[in-house]
Design a protein around this ligand. Sequence first.
Ligand code: GLC
Ligand code: CA
Length: 547
Amino acid sequence: MATPLWRNATIYQIYPRSFCDSNGDGIGDIPGIISKLDYLHDLGVKIVWLSPIYASPLDDLGYDISDYYKIHPDYGTMEDFEALVKEADKRGLKIVMDLVVNHTSDEHEWFRQSKDRNSPYHDYYYWRKGKEDNKLPPNNWTSMFTGPAWEYVPEVDEWYLHLYSKKQPDLNYHNPAVIEEVEKILRFYLDKGVYGFRCDVINQIFKETLEDGKGKSEQARGIEHYLMKEGNHKILQKFYEDVFSKQECVVIGETYNVDRENGIRFLKDHEMDMFFQFEVMGVDQTPSRVFAKKFKAESFKQLIYKWQKDIDWNANYLENHDQRRSITRFGDENRYHDESGKALGLLNLTLRGTPFVYEGEEIGMIDKKMGEPEDSKDVAVVTVNKIVKGYHLPRWFRRSLCNRLDRDHARTPMQWSNGVSAGFSSNKDTWIPVNPKQLDKINVEAESKDPSSVLCFYKEMIHLRETLPSLYDGSFVEVPTKGNLIAYKREKGEEVCFVVINLGKKPLSLASGFIPKGASVLISTYMDKKLPSFSLRPYEGVLLKVK
Ligand code: GLC
Ligand code: CA
């Protein structure tokens, strides 16, 4: 069988609301995406994953779907979507959709109908009587966004479960009708020529019991009853048998807090082709995420190596619409913006697995200075802020916590130029403000003209990766190093590549013989193709060909 495309492609994630606005309403849209397909083609990515564009009240900015078969008018129409698939195809690009089926919006027709206890839709969701004469919720679970996971509805005289915001009621996967509905959605989009799905919080869909949770946390209490349960595996296997096994497509799981054992199972039984682990993203925070932890390249590297060794095929990423920008977190956005941006890019694009690049990552976009938590567009932060206010903690603490959790950082408009609204829109009022910090330098137009820019590095690296079987198909071999020095080999048959990165501000000396004899530089983050012999400059990284 021929190698499927997803095994050697780089995948680009678009957050449609913030990518490109074609009609000047300040909101990104599908025609805007179409107008940038040449840009994506040029960049060298082969698959484009779109965050949700379906009909939605936008409580969680599209991760709350009210109709899976309609496109949100902000983004365009179904015809626009079909045109996108067609135009992408002309350029050899495939489209991957976001599949959000742990929950729907509370404005979905199924949910509306479900409020009638005699309707077949009642059992599409978790409607239950509460404890203590229905005065208290059915159990003590708390939401992933903090706060209670149940909402009481007087007209039904029952409570419904929502692991996310109260506008995101959870679907009941004990009901076979729900599984059928999901398969119908999958087929609908595959028939439209879509290449696959990124499956939102897919390792939480099956609630094994509704017993009380053990933890004390305001967040995700009860998770032991629904994270990666046997029933979850079974449902994913069924999707594969009924739908995905019938054609070439890609299934990418967003698997919150996945562990090695379940990860191996997900791949072995074709439940998905690859998944996002969350451990690496936890490197700069405590497990509860309430406190920040100082970033250490050493721990970062060990976590990455661990997943490289444990899992045959990883979905590698350093950013997405839920994470803060990687240069701000793991690099140095002030003194070594370009250097650290390129070093992180080199890392992400040379690991074993499929690399994901999030819009703006390829130009080194950075976090934005946030205002008051109340002004955030992120429902998660608004919820956390409310809860934390109840604790009467110092204001600076609440602000800094919210700022750190705020997903708005990665959702500011894509920076196409240094013009009005960063070239994202002709309107100077955009749905979320542009990040003004270093905008004159961090934008597509400026970087395209500068051969040493982060953008030019990404472009070169993405293309290079496709020509080297050791990179897209080879094994991963750790080279033991200490501290900020990262080194590994990638091997396939006769071909051996060697990656060496200094992920820190200080120059690093290298032991003699560390760089194999006869090695040649394929690309370096300083763009000078200098073979490092004794030392590496700040955030210097090189990809070498050894054989
Ligand atoms: C996933 C999405 C996130 C969303 C949540 C609930 O984690 O990536 O943006 O808020 O699921 O759908
Ligand atoms: Ca628009």
